[in-house]
Write a protein that binds this ligand. Structure first.
Ligand SMILES: [Zn+2]
Length: 239
């Protein structure tokens, strides 16, 4: 079974031709946008999805993850006349920086967005702090989406495999687990080297993103979202 997620883009920070990594997740009857980098708003407009988003989860504040968030919020407010959309910041440090960022850009944030921690939105979204595992100064998080049928992790940018992948008790408590993980094909402290993920492939259903597939070495075993889970194949859900 394919996971209920379509990627809007799946490139690394400078792979503009592949789109910034971001995804639309259909979970518990909601369309949840994960990240909104500088290529994402134009893609959402092109695919007529601006008004279909019920909530937005932000992993961290680098431009390839947040660079068109204010454009999306302005569009929904001024053109679509929609009420403020929940914008979820996984952890308190990210919450306060995200709020400050939006306040600096947009003034009265509450006109455009409800900035929330996950528990303020829904019990089925949890954040996993990855602060200092991507960038020394940047609060960051992964998201875990839970349901009785399946669980799904979106790693965000991270320099090593998510710690819970090594925790067999945690994995047992989260069956039918889909993992979408940052992958890099060159060693770097900010992104996850592909070889360090190979040992998890038999344990969880894992896909890589935030990379350029053309750079994948011949020994790469990580399936990439670029090949099968892109927005072009997105079919509108119940709406
Ligand atoms: Zn990134």
């Amino acid at each position: 079974m394919k996971p209920p997620i379509q990627f809007i883009g799946a490139g690394g920070a400078h792979d503009v031709h592949l789109g910034n990594s971001a995804a639309l997740l259909q979970w518990n009857g909601k369309n949840i946008l994960i990240d909104c980098g500088f290529t994402v708003y134009p893609s959402l407009v092109r695919h007529q999805l601006v008004e279909d988003i019920d909530a937005i989860c932000i992993t961290h504040l680098h431009d390839d993850h947040i660079g068109s968030l204010s454009a999306l919020l302005y569009h929904r407010h001024f053109i679509s006349k929609l009420p403020p959309v929940p914008v979820i910041a996984g952890i308190p440090e990210l919450y306060s920086k995200l709020y400050t960022y939006l306040h600096f850009l947009m003034g009265e944030v509450e006109r455009f967005a409800q900035v929330l921690l996950p528990k303020g939105y829904a019990s089925y979204i949890e954040a996993i702090s990855t602060t200092r595992l991507h960038s020394p100064h940047m609060p960051s998080c992964a998201y875990l989406f839970t349901s009785s049928e399946m669980n799904l992790i979106y790693s965000g940018d991270i320099g090593e495999p998510l710690p819970m992948l090594r925790d067999s008790e945690w994995l047992e408590a989260h069956p039918s687990l889909y993992v979408f993980h940052d992958v890099a094909f060159h060693p770097t402290p900010s992104h996850c080297y592909y070889q360090s993920l190979h040992s998890f492939l038999g344990k969880v259903k894992l896909w890589g993103y935030h990379c350029d597939p053309r750079e994948a070495p011949s020994d790469n075993q990580i399936p990439l979202v670029h090949n099968e889970l892109m927005l072009e194949r997105y079919e509108r859900g119940a709406r």
